[in-house]
Design a binder for this molecule. Structure first.
Ligand code: 2BA
Length: 123
């Protein structure tokens, strides 16, 4: 089994999650932000059999798009009276940054709540 972790742009996440659901993959999305642009993105985690990894990549490929963004570079150190006009730099973001990790153990722990525990939950 593998854990596929994909960092995707917010604009693409609904399409990707719908496609994963339609193909019966379980997935979790976590709001995140990039260390470089400091903009919100979404990290999608999906645990799948090894043989399904190529299919998950296909869905990511079909639903996540490359976009151009502009970043203002950090201000240089300046002397008093110096003037600096920042020039935005163009960067290409996405479609997606994907990591594939081996899963040592996967378990869904699903004990039935006892009537006492159910009553306690509401108290
Ligand atoms: P950010 O860190 O905000 O990066 C956004 C985009 O800025 C990157 O797009 C890349 O085009 C550019 N960029 C990032 N760091 C740079 C640098 N040191 N110098 C020049 N340009 C730089 P992507 O490569 O598509 O990455 C999109 C997002 O995926 C990243 O957002 C980050 O959240 C995640 N990511 C990318 N590589 C990662 C890695 N090795 N580990 C963890 N997260 C990663």
């Amino acid at each position: 089994m593998k854990l596929v972790i994909a960092v995707v742009q917010g604009k693409d996440v609904e399409g990707l999650m719908s496609a994963l659901r339609a193909a019966s993959y379980r997935a979790t999305q976590i709001n995140s932000s990039g260390g470089f642009l400091r903009e919100n993105n979404v990290t999608v985690m999906t645990g799948v059999d090894d043989a399904q990894v190529p299919d998950v990549f296909r869905l990511i490929h079909d639903n996540c798009y490359t976009r151009t963004q502009y970043v203002n570079p950090l201000l240089p150190i300046m002397e008093p009276g110096e003037f600096y006009m920042p020039n935005p730099v163009e960067v290409q973001v996405g479609g997606a940054t994907v990591f594939v990790l081996p899963v040592v153990r996967y378990e869904r722990i699903m004990p039935q709540a006892t009537s006492g525990a159910r009553a306690g939950a509401g108290a």
